[in-house]
Design a protein around this ligand. Structure first.
Ligand code: GTP
Ligand code: MN
Ligand code: MN
Length: 372
């Protein structure tokens, strides 16, 4: 909770999960600078440093007003010396020399370009950079060296780096809902990720699928994908198998490794979205463009959109929903808060009391959440 104090300073909680996270950002210039530093640290493999800059940015996003003087920051948590120095520079000069140098550096630009390709992480991007590659055309020249995912990422690079609008996300949600219900009546599809946080646009569409009868969801993803593929909705998909060991079968403490990846069965896909905004207004007589798979052409009626599909057993759905809603910093802090302040282990599957060795169940969880 952030409370405005009279003398122009703010009280902001140190854990992101304890403060309001309003959508309007009153300090975009400052948070952009800090996020560039976070990104650069990430590109160099300095995760701790990267996280520190991300946290600093997250704190500024919680402020109800634009920061004018660096003294206003004295009461704020998570702002290190380095962050404060950069903030002061931007406040005084409108820009930070350090940040500008990074933004103009050849390495940062290449790393940014490459990591924006679907299926490319920092490791691969860095390797390409070391090999002297700098442009997408440098990569297109050697398609055999790319994974199927990366090839698809390159083909649809422009589209996949164009923000997805909420209306498109909802249209895709509806298409998936219809396919899911054809395969398994009674199953539900929930839009999560940034859109669930109220963002008007995002980089992808995150959908959670479940069925109120535990166990019914088994094998569903494969069927749904086949159904969507048959209708021509999919430009790319890869299914990753669930490797979660049921807690039911073990009284062992769930593993607490740092990875934020969960173990649900999921599909990373690229959808072909046919009906772009505007088509709807063309009236009944207009030819419906629908999903056309065209790889070239001047006038396109479709757009490639990244979609994450995740299937969860009903009993774990509340934790999956919480874990997939984001933001990344919010999730990290929620887990850190659970562990440090509550002695609990939280992940996208479960909540576990470390001292009482107790797993929290959520039997009527979904109904209770729906009623709210
Ligand atoms: P944009 O898509 O960029 O608009 O933002 P977003 O917040 O929706 O990000 P993203 O789609 O990358 O992820 C949504 C949320 O799901 C984030 O909080 C991630 O931390 C979380 N998430 C992404 N992948 C995984 C995963 O494999 N496992 C778990 N548990 N969470 C994940
Ligand atoms: Mn998302
Ligand atoms: Mn996602």
């Amino acid at each position: 909770v952030s409370v405005e104090k009279p003398q122009d300073t703010w009280l902001v909680a140190a854990y992101a999960c304890q403060r309001r996270s309003p959508l309007p950002n009153n300090n975009q210039l400052l948070t952009d600078a800090l996020e560039t530093l976070a990104e650069e640290a990430h590109f160099c493999g300095h995760e701790g440093r990267s996280l520190a800059f991300s946290r600093a940015s997250s704190v500024l996003k919680a402020l109800p007003r634009t920061v004018r003087r660096v003294q206003e920051l004295d009461s704020l948590p998570c702002l290190g010396e380095h962050s404060k120095r950069v903030i002061q520079e931007v406040l005084e000069d409108g820009t930070s020399a350090e940040v500008e140098t990074i933004r103009q550096s050849e390495k940062y630009q290449a790393m940014k370009l490459f990591t924006k390709i679907f299926g490319v992480g920092v490791k691969t991007a860095h390797q390409w950079y070391q090999e002297g590659r700098r442009t997408l055309d440098d990569l297109r020249g050697h398609p055999a060296q790319l994974s199927k995912e990366q090839q698809a990422g390159l083909i649809h690079y422009e589209d996949l780096n164009t923000p997805v609008k909420r209306a498109d996300a909802e249209a895709i949600g509806q298409v998936v809902r219809e396919a899911v219900n054809k395969c398994l009546p009674g199953a539900s599809v929930t839009l999560t990720g940034g859109f669930r946080r109220g963002k008007p646009s995002g980089h992808d569409v995150d959908l959670l699928i479940t069925h109120p009868v535990e166990g019914q969801e088994a094998g569903l993803l494969k069927k749904v994908i086949a159904c969507l593929d048959q209708q021509g909705f999919l430009l790319y998909h890869s299914i990753h198998r669930n490797t979660f060991e049921s807690l039911e079968d073990s009284d062992q403490e769930p593993s607490s490794h740092a990875s934020s990846m969960d173990q649900y069965e999921r599909c990373f896909s690229i959808f072909c979205l046919g009906d772009l905004p505007g088509d709807a207004q063309e009236g009944a007589g207009a030819e419906k463009p629908s999903r056309v798979r065209r790889t070239s052409g001047a006038s396109r009626f479709w757009k490639a959109v990244r979609v994450d599909l995740v299937v969860t057993p009903y009993s774990q759905f509340p934790f999956a929903l919480l874990g997939w809603t984001g933001s990344r910093i919010f999730e990290r802090d929620l887990r850190r808060f659970a562990k440090r302040e509550k002695k609990m282990l939280l992940n996208s599957h479960t909540l576990y009391h470390l001292e009482q060795s107790r797993v929290y169940r959520f039997p009527q969880g979904i109904e209770r959440m729906r009623r709210k």
